[in-house]
Design a protein around this ligand. Structure first.
Ligand code: CA2
Length: 146
């Protein structure tokens, strides 16, 4: 059976590549989807993508992953630092989740140093740009082997 992964991106990540390239680079969300799809194929994983700017819709996507997906890659963007609802959804769903950030949040403003997602995640990858999604796929592939 082929394992499947849901990649969830949060608010404003739809704007990637169009603004603040000095922080987030010139890569668009479509570029990230393309490289992630290519790597998922090499790992023989099915992959789906979802982006929303709405917190409740992100909660629905996480809840909906139960029974359909074997792993989640989540860049919750600014909700990382505010959302108890997303943390609760990950814990309730029980689907192994890797937290990803494009930027090194620990080298940025102090309010980005705390994450509500991390306590519910299997692990955290930050500071490697789009490559972080590839690293997260590798991590999930290892987890799924166990
Ligand atoms: O580094 C990351 O991936 C973040 O999750 C990105 C979030 C930020 O709030 C987190 O602290 C770290 C922001 C995403 C906003 O993306 C934009 C892209 C282009 C233009 C403006 C914002």
């Amino acid at each position: 059976m082929v394992n499947s992964v849901l990649v969830i991106n949060g608010p404003n990540l739809n704007l990637l590549g169009t603004r603040e390239p000095e922080i987030y680079g010139a890569t668009t969300l479509s570029d990230i989807e393309a490289i992630t799809r290519t790597h998922a194929e090499a790992l023989k994983l099915d992959v789906s993508f979802y982006q929303s700017n709405v917190e409740g819709e992100l909660v629905d996507a996480i809840q909906g992953a139960k029974g359909t997906y074997d792993g989640i890659i989540l860049n919750a963007a600014a909700y990382t630092h505010t959302s108890i609802a997303l943390m609760d959804a990950i814990k309730a769903t029980g689907v192994p989740t890797i937290e990803v950030h494009l930027s090194n949040v620990f080298a940025r403003e102090p309010f980005r140093h705390h994450s509500y997602i991390s306590p519910a995640a299997e692990g955290v990858i930050c500071g490697f740009g789009a490559q972080g999604y590839i690293l997260a796929l590798d991590a999930l592939a290892e987890i799924m082997k166990k």
